[in-house]
Design a protein around this ligand. Structure first.
Ligand code: DGL
Length: 258
C-alpha cells in the first residue's frame, strides 16, 4: 500500500496547495509537515536553510512513510530541490513562482512578483524570468510581512487591511501592471484581502493547480483516505493546530529531528 502524499512548508502556506490537492485528488490520503519552530524561511541565509530543509524533510518523510513529497514552499524549492531529490528516495514535487502562466496571461506585458526576500532574489527566479517573461517588465516585491499575516488569518484572526495595503504599495508605482504572481504559498491564503487592496483589477496567479496536477502524475495510484490526515510540526503551537484543523488535519505531532 503506498503511503500518503506529504506536503511540506515552513508554516501554513502549504495549506493553499492542500485545498487544490483535495480538489484534484479527492480520494488521496495527505499528511502535512511544517517547520514552525524556524518560521519564516524567507529571510534566512541560504546555507543554513539548505541544511535545515534537508533535515526536516528527511525526518518528515521517514515519520510519515509517504509515497511522495510536495515541497509547498517557493523559498525552499528555489533553493533546495536538487539537494532534496539527491537525498530522498521518494519523488519530490516542487513549487516555484508562476512566472510562466503569468507572462502568458498578461496583456500589458507588465507583471508583478510578490514573494519572500529570498525568492525574489534567487538565481532560480532570475532564470524563470529570463526564460518565460523576457518580454515583460517584472516588478519584484519582497513581502515577508504577509507570511505572518497569513499565519494569523488562517488560524482565525481578521486580516490587517492596513498592513496588506502597505505590503502591496510598491507594486502600484506604474499603472500598467495587470498580473501578479503570488510567489509564496502563504499569499493565496490572503487572496480576497489582496484583491480588495488592489487599486485596479489585477489577475492573481499562483502555482497550486499546477502542483496538484504534477502530484497526480507522480502518484498515479494514491493511497485512499483512512480517517483524519496526520500532521507534524517542529514546535508546539495552538494557532497552528487551529489552522490545520480547519483543513481536516489532526493535532500536529512533534517531529523528532535526528
Ligand atoms: N510559504 C513559503 C514560500 O512559499 C515561505 C514563507 C516563509 O518565509 O517561511 O515561499
Amino acid at each position: 500500500m503506498p503511503g500518503p502524499i506529504l506536503i511540506f512548508d515552513s508554516g501554513v502556506g502549504g495549506l493553499s496547495v492542500v485545498a487544490e490537492l483535495r480538489r484534484q485528488l479527492p480520494g488521496a490520503a495527505l499528511a502535512y509537515a511544517c517547520d514552525n519552530a524556524m518560521l519564516p524561511y524567507g529571510t534566512r541565509p541560504d546555507a543554513w536553510l539548505v541544511a535545515r530543509i534537508l533535515a526536516v524533510c528527511e525526518a518528515a518523510v521517514a515519520a510519515s512513510g509517504c509515497a511522495a513529497l510536495v515541497v509547498a514552499c517557493n523559498t525552499a524549492s528555489t533553493l533546495a530541490l536538487d539537494a532534496l531529490r539527491d537525498r530522498l528516495a521518494v519523488p519530490v514535487v516542487g513549487t516555484v513562482p508562476a512566472i510562466k502562466p503569468a507572462a502568458r496571461l498578461s496583456r500589458s506585458r507588465h507583471i508583478g512578483l510578490l514573494a519572500t526576500t529570498a525568492t525574489v532574489g534567487r538565481p532560480y527566479t532570475e532564470r524563470l524570468i529570463r526564460e518565460f517573461a523576457s518580454d515583460c517588465r517584472v516588478s519584484r516585491v519582497a513581502a515577508d510581512g504577509l507570511v505572518a499575516e497569513a499565519e494569523r488569518h488562517v488560524s482565525g484572526d481578521a486580516v490587517d487591511e492596513a498592513a496588506i495595503r502597505a505590503a502591496l504599495a510598491p507594486l502600484w508605482q506604474v499603472p500598467t501592471l495587470d498580473t501578479v504572481v503570488l510567489g509564496c504559498t502563504h499569499f493565496p491564503l490572503l487572496r480576497d484581502a489582496l484583491a480588495a487592496a488592489s487599486p485596479w483589477p489585477v489577475t492573481l496567479v499562483d502555482s497550486s493547480a499546477a502542483i496538484a496536477r504534477r502530484t497526480g502524475q507522480v502518484v498515479s495510484d494514491p493511497d485512499p483516505r483512512r480517517g483524519l490526515d496526520p500532521s507534524l510540526a517542529t514546535a508546539p503551537d495552538a494557532r497552528l493546530a487551529r489552522a490545520l484543523a480547519r483543513f481536516q488535519f489532526a493535532e500536529p505531532r512533534l517531529l523528532p529531528l535526528g
